[in-house]
Design a protein around this ligand. Structure first.
Ligand SMILES: [Zn+2]
Length: 359
């Protein structure tokens, strides 16, 4: 059992965190593939399946359940009620029977708006029960042998349980993904993302950290849940610790570049309905800016982050252009950063730790 399948936890919260994780994964894959458009929701779920099949099963149940129409619920209950110990009734059979009857009546007749709508509803309900297909044409291919490549043996273990999956990117570069989650999750605060660029030629690393938070698309109360504590932690460990400074120890510099903030808050909308695509507001707010807002405001709003955040598209380009994220750190600085700050503790968090290894 994992956090997402743990019935003792609130289902809405689990669904929010599942959606945060899916969003994080979607960003990482889209940014590393250098696509102009983020990959689709279905393609992202294929990656969850690849990384952790058990988690995939529970996440898809959570995300799909939200999408159950009233007809799906109705036929599920009906099938349940008609099932006996010897015979299980399949809801799809029941829908198909009713659909056939309707089809016969409604065909070739005009002005049967509601009949036609019912037919569509039935067809959608049947669709709901079809098993999710995993694409054979993956957007990135897993590569088992990459881990053996000498130039990719960068350093010792990062986490206690060191499990990762490597995907081949363009120009022999590699995307190394780790999906970390606590074994006994009692109190999950959300999903976060660590995204690193490792340049094996120069021996330097740069990173950024993102904290995903579900919001209603309008406001995010700093008092809600653990948000202010999480922001505080990021500020202490990243901004105040000097990782938002350039190599001269300053936050601004002569050349044109975005400030060196490497910690971001990522307000993420709630899961939408089945037919809407996975829409996300795409706000990326630097923690340094969030802290300033916190000084005078109770919540983060669409209005008070105006001019202080970047959208997905801009973020993607800036990160790939090395204009957003931390400065370059040596491997040693990088390793010490995690050890000294206890940032590898994933007791309360579902984490995606991604490394783009540039060779
Ligand atoms: Zn910062």
């Amino acid at each position: 059992m994992n956090y997402f399948s743990n019935q003792e936890m609130d289902e809405g919260e689990r669904r929010d965190v599942a959606f945060q994780l899916v969003n994080a994964l979607r960003e990482v894959v889209s940014i590393s593939k250098k696509l102009n458009q983020p990959i689709s929701y279905e393609q992202t779920l294929d990656f969850v399946q690849d990384l952790n099949p058990e988690m995939y099963d529970s996440i898809t149940v959570l995300l799909d359940r939200k999408n159950e129409s009233d007809w799906v619920k109705y036929y599920k209950e009906l099938a349940d009620a008609q099932s006996t110990e010897d015979k299980t009734v399949n809801p799809v059979d029941l829908i198909e029977k009713d659909l056939n009857e309707l089809d016969k009546i409604a065909l070739n007749k005009d002005n049967k708006r509601f009949l036609k709508k019912r037919i569509r509803d039935y067809k959608n309900a049947i669709e709901y029960f079809q098993p999710r297909k995993i694409s054979e044409h993956k957007i990135l291919n897993r590569d088992m042998y990459l881990a053996e490549r000498k130039d990719l043996k960068i350093q010792g273990k990062i986490y206690e349980k060191e499990e990762f999956v490597d995907y081949r990117l363009e120009k022999d570069n590699v995307l190394r993904l780790r999906l970390l989650h606590p074994d006994n999750a009692e109190n999950i605060l959300g999903a976060d993302l660590i995204y690193e660029h490792i340049d094996t030629k120069s021996g330097y690393v740069r990173f950024l950290h993102m904290q995903y938070k579900t919001w209603n698309n309008k406001t995010l109360n700093f008092k809600a849940g653990s948000l202010s504590a999480q922001i505080e932690k990021m500020e202490q460990n990243l901004c105040k610790a000097g990782y938002c400074n350039n190599s001269e120890g300053k936050k601004t510099l002569k050349n044109y570049r975005m400030p060196f903030c490497c910690a971001f808050l990522r307000p993420t909308s709630k899961m939408q309905n089945s037919d809407s695509k996975m829409v996300s507001t795409g706000l990326h707010v630097p923690i340094c800016e969030v802290k300033k807002i916190m000084e005078t405001e109770k919540s983060l709003t669409k209005d008070n982050v105006k001019g202080k955040n970047v959208s997905y598209k801009i973020f993607d380009e800036l990160f790939n252009a090395r204009m957003i994220g931390s400065r370059w750190l040596t491997y040693e600085e990088h390793t010490n950063f995690y050890k000294e700050r206890n940032l590898l503790d994933v007791d309360n968090i579902i984490r995606l730790h991604a490394q783009e290894i540039l060779t």
